[in-house]
Design a protein around this ligand. Structure first.
Ligand code: ADP
Ligand code: MG
Length: 616
């Protein structure tokens, strides 16, 4: 199949033979076994399959086999499909603007075949029979007729056998197969209607049944516990639509490993989407923590370009700012308007998941992400309840021993409460305080413990922010303006931000070269040490002029000022004061976490309490 290079003894410029050109292209498309799986699975999806089976051996280095029940190929098409730039998906440059398939470059099969041994068995119509095509290193092709079911199976063996330099760069089997698990997970998430199975060295790693609900697919891949923490996103703006699920701010991870973004069903690692999502959470997340996100952005294919990366892992938006604004706004609105997700048959799905030995990407609530890896399979925890105890093995043992004691008299409550993200405070009645620091409330769902300091901080922050936005911050005129001395760079900073600070209620006036007069403070700070607060603010002022950083810093200043005046721990509150605080809290935009992202309330749910007393 290789075209003759143009021989001309005089010229030094020559056209590369096809097999060499394919190997070079393979350098971009086929980086490691995972890339082969990605390309083959994408072809199966494009072929309209409802069932895709992926089998790998030795991290995909020895064998990758993908079987589908899609359209299949005729003998002629099957042979053509291994030629460079042979594709059935586009035919003219105008098609490039409206790509709806995952593939379109016609490069994958010839690239893969140039660096491995490939066998394709395919039939477009099982009554007419099928065909087997064998290719080694992109060289000679053998074709045989056969009978086989409708669909396609592609075996890729001995990847990089003819390019030892590249083979050397492959990592251990475990690493390569975890990349493969990741890429299959990405596709399985985007296509819940397709039944995906991944078998690694004979062991089932993923097996997800078809469903028409994304949420069930998420639950099946990552566990029902995580799915319960999710908030739905479904927004539209002009040509854009954003659908999917994001975690409530009380569920976070210390890495971005639970973040899946798609543009028109294509998985992308896109900075615009990731950044705008993070911004949508704004100050709801603790520092260094990331939410779980499963977001599907769709738009007219004309509005973005997928042809900017050989493996199509990146896209370029025609109107990046618009996408950014739309996504961050959608995330924010969804979090604010979030209602408890009702998972009507989640219990049923949970049972189904536990019946099979599904791997789960395990994680912990506010802690480091520990993705499921092969070596841990035997220690897999199998019930949703146990997943709550996942933070340490010792904890599960502890739980076992308390369960064994049959007649407890006084039992320490080992149940881990859940940080609440969507409770209705009005369902609870205050009982009083615990340790003069926490408010205890009771209601149908169980016992609620509210951190009084954090709750008040949220109330003040929301009020303060609203007032700042409407330029209605209540200020206190200082009888004697405070004189404060600053270094030249501090003076420079204060001068630059003078207007913004006065909007926050801090009116400053330059006095001489290095002194400022402070004339007013926001009323909520009237009893605080003003000098100290000004010190803190100067430290927080951003050196750079970047609009976003500026906004963020002022947000931080707002938080700091609210925190200063919030009700402290170790402070008595009577029932009326408690009621007032809770009712103020209910008025806030986000009554479940403080501006730093810490939870405001913990719920000890009645079910766990009943279980502990052996009543359930
Ligand atoms: P592309 O996907 O960019 O078109 P590929 O090299 O991946 O290029 O595939 C070449 C062609 O082979 C595809 O356009 C498609 O027509 C056909 N093909 C590949 N895999 C399959 C499959 N699993 N089922 C049906 N057709 C396939
Ligand atoms: Mg393809």
């Amino acid at each position: 199949m290789s075209a003759k290079p143009q021989e001309n003894s005089k010229s030094r410029v020559r056209i590369l033979p096809d097999d060499l050109a394919n190997q070079i292209a393979a350098g971009e498309v086929v980086e490691r076994p995972m890339s082969v799986v990605k390309e083959l699975v994408e072809n199966s999806i494009d072929a309209g399959s409802t069932r895709i089976l992926i089998e790998i051996e030795q991290g995909g280095k020895k064998l990758i086999r993908v079987t589908d029940n899609g359209s299949g190929l005729s003998l002629e098409d099957a042979e053509l499909s291994f030629l460079r730039h042979a594709t059935s998906k586009i035919s003219s440059s105008s098609d490039l603007e409206k790509i709806v398939s995952l593939g379109f470059r016609g490069e994958a099969l010839p690239s893969i075949a140039s660096v491995s041994k490939v066998r394709m068995t395919t039939s477009a119509d099982e009554h007419l029979g099928g065909v087997i095509i064998l290719i080694e290193g992109g060289g000679s092709v053998q074709t045989k007729e056969t009978s086989c079911p409708h669909g396609t199976t592609i075996d890729v063996s001995q990847l990089f056998y003819n390019t030892p330099a590249r083979k050397k760069f492959l990592k251990g089997d475990g690493t390569e197969s975890s990349h493969i698990t990741q890429v299959v997970t990405q596709h399985a998430l985007a296509h819940p209607q397709i039944h995906f199975t991944l078998i690694n060295n004979g062991r089932k790693v993923i097996d997800v049944l078809p469903t028409d609900q994304h949420l069930y697919r998420i639950a099946e891949l990552f566990g029902a516990e995580l799915a319960k923490e999710l908030v739905q996103v479904d927004t539209k703006y002009g040509d854009y639509r954003l659908e999917g699920f994001i975690s409530s701010p009380v569920y976070t991870r210390s890495s971005r490993s639970a973040q899946y973004c798609y543009v028109n069903q294509r998985f992308v690692r896109d900075k615009v989407i990731l950044h705008s999502t993070q911004q949508g959470y704004s100050h709801l997340l603790p520092k260094g923590q990331h939410p779980a996100i499963y977001l599907f952005l769709s738009m007219d294919p004309k509005l973005f370009d997928v042809n900017v990366h050989p493996a199509k892992a990146e896209v370029r938006f025609a109107f990046q700012q618009e996408v950014h604004r739309f996504v961050s706004g959608s995330v924010k609105d969804s979090l604010i308007g979030s209602k408890k997700l009702s998972l009507p048959s989640m219990a049923q799905s949970e049972n189904r998941f536990h019946a099979t030995s599904q791997p789960r990407h395990r994680d912990r609530r506010v802690g480091s992400a520990s993705n499921y890896s092969e070596g841990q399979s035997s220690a897999r925890l199998s019930s949703a309840m146990e997943l709550i105890y996942k933070d340490s093995a010792a904890r599960s043992v502890d739980l076992e021993s308390t369960r064994l004691r049959t007649s407890p008299q006084v039992e320490i409550f080992h149940e881990k409460p859940s940080a609440v993200s969507n409770l209705i405070y009005s369902e609870f009645e205050p009982l009083g305080q615990l340790d003069r620091s926490f408010i205890l409330m009771q209601g149908k769902p169980g016992i609620l413990v509210v951190d009084q300091h954090i709750a008040h901080e949220r109330v003040l922050y929301d009020r303060f922010k609203k007032a700042a936005k409407n330029k209605k911050i209540e200020v206190q005129q200082l009888l004697f303006p405070l004189t404060m001395e600053y270094s030249p760079s501090e003076v420079e900073l204060l001068v630059r931000h003078q207007d913004s600070l006065s909007e926050l209620g801090l009116e400053l006036e330059l006095f001489g070269n290095n002194e400022f007069l402070l004339r007013t403070v926001p009323a909520i700070l009237k009893n605080n040490d003003k000098e100290e607060i000004m010190r803190e603010i100067v430290d927080m002022l951003p050196a750079q002029k970047h609009e976003e950083a500026l906004h963020e810093k002022f947000e931080e200043i707002l938080i700091m000022m609210s925190c200063r005046n919030a009700i402290k721990v170790n402070m008595s509150l009577n029932l009326d004061q408690i009621r007032k605080l809770i009712s103020d809290l209910r008025e806030t935009e986000m009554p479940y976490t403080c501006p730093h992202g810490r939870p405001i309330a913990l719920l000890y749910d009645i079910d766990s309490i009943l279980k502990k007393f052996l009543r359930k």
